[in-house]
Design a protein around this ligand. Structure first.
Ligand SMILES: C[S@@+](CC[C@H](N)C(=O)[O-])C[C@H]1O[C@@H](n2cnc3c(N)ncnc32)[C@H](O)[C@@H]1O
Length: 257
């Protein structure tokens, strides 16, 4: 069953992590006040550590994974450290905007950008039926490497990249324009794209996205079409083929509809 969008938004790990830091703030104030009354007022470093410790504890109570708890613990001391470096405030704004444009909805989708690479592209190309033109989609196409490579290898096919984050999408559009590729890049959430338009759907996402991807594929993909997932399996769905890619030893999973 699909979770309603507001609940998905608030339940996203990054939102819960933010909640943990916010919730830790009054607890830190109370702790500092109590320590001061006992004559042991902490230094700023100590305050940052107390805030981090409360946030890590709340992160644990909110069911966040262990690495989130570690992030919660070190975040306030890191903020203090960064302040001490006396960096120009504009730098933080520039970095924030850059990360925003690259990672965009990652806090919700839990699928950040990381590229697949040539060994994966070779394996994908090797699995494509060679006897007919195909409509192929890379859902979450990043900087467009796979899409451009497939469009070059298979001029008989229509290859589309669907990407949500603005900067990777823009870079792929530019790469296609500069190389004269026929590949198309759409800036969209793949959840809104109908998979029935495609003979092959490729995904390199994350474990968090796989159950939803399967539900969508099962509903929309036509008989004879193929779903490929690099590295990430679908829980409880036996793939029809598993290809161990050269070099990386990562697996390309194939489901035939
Ligand atoms: C792991 S990268 C894979 C990039 C590329 N497919 C490759 O093989 O190199 C996943 C990409 O999916 C994008 N993404 C995540 N959720 C998405 C969604 N719902 N719709 C479209 N793109 C999404 C991310 O922004 C990221 O660029």
């Amino acid at each position: 069953m699909n979770t309603p969008a507001p609940r998905r938004f608030l339940g996203a790990p990054a939102m819960r992590a933010l909640l943990a830091q916010a919730g830790a703030f009054p607890l830190t104030l109370l702790s500092v006040w109590l320590l001061a009354r006992l004559g042991a007022a902490p230094s700023w470093d100590g305050v940052a550590l107390i805030q981090g410790a409360w946030a890590a504890l709340l992160a644990w109570r909110l069911g966040l994974a262990i690495w989130w708890r570690a992030i919660e613990l070190v975040f306030p001391p890191c903020v203090l450290l960064a302040r001490g470096l006396d960096l120009p405030p504009g730098l933080f704004l520039v970095l924030f905007v850059l990360f925003l444009l690259v990672y965009w909805s990652t806090f919700r989708t839990q699928v950040p950008y990381y590229p697949s690479g040539r060994h994966a592209w070779d394996a994908v190309a090797g699995l494509l039926p060679a006897d007919r033109p195909l409509a192929i989609a890379d859902v979450g196409s990043g900087l467009g490497g796979l899409v451009l490579d497939l469009a070059r290898r298979r001029p008989d096919c229509q290859v589309d990249g669907i990407e949500l984050a603005p900067l990777p999408w823009l870079v792929s559009r530019l790469r296609a324009a500069l190389s004269g590729s026929r590949a198309r890049f759409l800036r969209a959430d793949y959840e809104t794209v109908n998979f029935s338009h495609y003979d092959v759907v490729f995904a390199y996402l994350s474990p968090a996205a796989m159950a939803g991807l399967w539900r969508k594929a099962e509903k929309e993909m036509r008989p004879g079409s193929i779903l490929l997932s690099y590295e990430f399996d679908i829980p409880g769905r036996m793939p029809d083929r598993r290809v161990v890619t050269t070099n990386s030893k990562k697996i390309l999973f194939l489901w035939q509809f």
